[in-house]
Ligand binder design. Sequence first.
Ligand code: ZN
Length: 242
Amino acid sequence: MRVVVISDIHANLHALEAVLGAIDRDPPDEIWCLGDLVGYGPRPNEAVDEVRRRAKVCLVGNHDLGVIGALEIDEFAPDAAVAAQWTQTVLLDEHRVFLESLSPEAKLEGAELYHGSPRDPVWEYVISEETARDALEATLAPIVLVGHSHVALAVGLSGSTLSGELAPDGMEVALDEARWLLNPGSVGQPRDGDPRAAWLELDLDQAKALFHREAYDIARTQEELRERELPEALAERLAHGV
Ligand code: ZN
């Protein structure tokens, strides 16, 4: 089975379309989404609509929960809060109902999925060596998938030896050499210095994972943010991948 894993789309339709276009050149058996479909970005309805139609498994993220009122928006950073409040005013009811139906975690055969981390599926960032080790030790599945940090990452645990690194475009991981914690990176707001949309391919038959990046028309998303008078910093950061 081949699976594509996407995360943190954040209502960036042009980034999502670029990733789906790349995926469609060699369609996988399933698409899994690790949450944060909305928040920050200018096209929440279209982003939810696409993911709903295409993803076999979809988690909910902290921004989705803020937008549907299940989390207090005042826990968000100021620009994120402005975008979440704007999203609340435009999100269609059917998409709200869909987001309300989702969980921030899922256990599948061979993989555990969390928006944040196993001990805090909504809020915790798995970005340090310590949090990665904790996440792997708190789980049993051979593959643990997390989103939320917007940083593509591959950390392996073999015995008690942890080895990990940022996962740039083209990086390949041998899934049978360790248990792995993998973060596909963010489709709609990458923060690892590469502004291109991130996605992850899992070939479970070949026991390999492959990290991908896709260029998209960043200027179009920036224009849409400005048309909606969303914070300028949200447009600016897209150009730098921060
Ligand atoms: Zn996010």
